[in-house]
Design a protein around this ligand. Structure first.
Ligand SMILES: [Zn+2]
Length: 115
């Protein structure tokens, strides 16, 4: 079962020796090219990032090679952005409502004098 992690816990994993000195370089040695680009179109793009297939934030295994994939910068950016969007979905709806609200109240008088 997956147990979500806080941002601090995720940071701790990314900072620890086990990750920096072992799991990450090991993965890049085993898979020096972006595995997503390879899967998509057989392109060999040098990997610069090691990504967790199941993100650490949602409780993915930190050092299990089965949960790791080498990515080029572009793929990693795209994947991270997608995940952040997923996480922020409910928050975004809320923000959009607030934004619309403040747009409407953009006149020069403050709202509390209405009425
Ligand atoms: Zn790629």
């Amino acid at each position: 079962m997956l147990v979500p992690r806080t941002a601090a816990e995720v940071r701790k994993i990314r900072d620890c020796r086990e990750w920096r000195d072992r799991a990450r370089p090991q993965q890049l040695r085993d898979f020096p090219y972006c595995q997503l680009c390879d899967k998509k179109n057989g392109a060999q793009i040098p990997a610069v990032q090691v990504d967790h297939i199941v993100p650490l934030e949602v409780g993915g295994a930190p050092f299990d090679p089965k949960n790791l994939q080498s990515l080029c910068k572009r793929c990693h950016t795209i994947k991270s952005a997608g995940e952040a969007r997923e996480r922020n979905k409910s928050k975004t709806n809320e923000q959009e409502r607030l934004l619309k609200d403040s747009d409407r109240g953009n006149g020069r008088s403050s709202r509390r004098s209405a009425g």
